[in-house]
Design a binder for this molecule. Structure first.
Ligand code: TYD
Length: 167
């Protein structure tokens, strides 16, 4: 079954210059990249992304982590991979959430760590299932940033619309 999956290279991955390594590992899946961009993560975006973990004791720390406050890198790289069994393929390559438990050859097993305050710095985010992938992709991307039609869209006419353009 063809699926879309959101991948985030988190601030620790960027700080450790792992972008190339991670993309190389993901290329083993033979999936297609259908969107990619650098994102400055607002508190609102981070909180929406992790809203299912709002009650967890580590919630505040992972919000700071995703925003780059623990790594002096206030950005993440967001990508959408698309193709057969995309979620399973990418999650297998990423490895377990806890980098100490992740298989040593997986991305998280190779590059992740647990901080002294207990946060799992696990380098990448990978959507966990189809409905989470849809929710996350709609949160991180607008339809025109994706080169295929993944989900239904609607046309909206903006009467007054301020946008930045090249000067
Ligand atoms: P979660 O959505 O459960 O895992 P995954 O990212 O594998 O889908 O958790 C979100 C992030 O929260 C996870 O990537 C790392 C962090 N985290 C911790 O720091 N400690 C924990 O005990 C858990 C479960 C997650």
């Amino acid at each position: 079954m063809d699926q879309a999956v959101l991948i985030l290279i988190k601030p620790d991955g960027l700080k450790k210059s792992l972008t190339g390594n991670i993309l190389t590992r993901l290329s083993e899946t033979k999936l297609e990249i259908v969107a990619a961009k650098m994102v400055r993560v607002t508190q609102n975006l981070a909180e929406e992304h992790y809203k299912h973990l709002k009650d967890k004791p580590f919630f505040n720390e992972i919000i700071k982590y995703l925003q780059g406050e623990l790594h002096d890198r206030k950005k993440v790289m967001a990508l959408i991979y698309w193709g057969n069994e995309a979620i399973k393929k990418c999650r297998d390559l990423a490895g377990s959430t806890n980098p100490e438990e992740a298989e040593s050859t997986s991305i998280r097993g190779s590059y992740g760590r647990i901080t002294t305050s207990g946060v799992y710095e696990n380098v990448v985010h990978v959507s966990s299932n189809d409905s989470e992938a849809e929710r996350e992709i709609k949160l991180w991307f607008s339809p025109e940033e994706i080169i295929v039609d993944l989900y239904a869209t609607q046309d909206i006419v903006h009467k007054e619309f301020k946008a930045r353009s090249w000067a």
